[in-house]
Design a protein. Sequence first.
Length: 342
Amino acid sequence: MTKTTKKIQAVPTNIITGFLGAGKTSAILHLLKSKPDIERWAVLVNEFGEIGVDGSLFEGQHSEQGNVFIREVPGGCMCCAAGLPMQIALNQLLTRAKPDRLLIEPTGLGHPIEVIEVLTADYNLEALSIEKTITLVDARNLTDTRYTEHATFNQQIAIADIIVGNKQDLYQPEHKTQLEEYAKAKALPHADVIFTEQGKLDLGILEGPTANSISSHHHHHHHTESIKSNNLNSLANAPLPDCGYLKAVNQGEGFHSVGWRFDASIIFKQRELFVFLTGILAERVKAVFITDNGVFGYNLTPDALTEIELDDCLESRIEIIASEIDDQLEMQLLACMSSSGE
């Protein structure tokens, strides 16, 4: 009898979106912690920056032995070049993971409608079953026009089945009401608004069909972002030059990103690194570093810098997203390297 590979069909799929710093990564890590042991879950992550750090952050805390499979698509908008890099990554991830559930985290600066269009395109209709779309919002930002006038921020709310007011522990009383009002004005008629902190979500909210009726029949690709990230062997995977590190930049949607990758033989001084990271003015910094005290993951938002110990990572990586990038950063970062003579 010939062994046939079982076709991947109707994988329950959730898009988890939200603007920079709303807590998407924390929410996904929390969901992965509460996933039933026997289930295989896959996570497709896209970041605005070219270097890609989320994959290492997730993998440092979850492994394929634990039935969690991660795939990253770095570089700006997930759907550039008609979604080809995303489509290839998605196919490879589904084949490898054969998942019971797929979580998709588009970049906080990406256009979620285009991501949904790629996911609901004809060739994905059988493989995926799109369930609840979750949008995380920090309701404290609703008074800031950098958010409320940003098309992506509003689009993320417009497509949500469930809007999560995250970081409620930091809210003033009026913030919850403001989010509920905003949702009434901008969201789907039946969208739920719930509140939580540290991205703590119940697995149950993922289940059930999405109310989104976007289908692939009206593709309106407006590629405002540069197509340079469409070569599949992007800077996230390219071989490192002799000096042992490389830098990559991206820009669009009113933000700039800069990132670096370092050869695994380079060790950083943990104390100096922490001081360096604390001093960066940015919307968002994510990093994984091999230090003289072990491997650490870093996450900086305007609220706080967190440092967590990771089991392992392949190489040190850092990604900074800000309105303006300071030219001194590279020099300061290189100064945190441990000189080989120590």
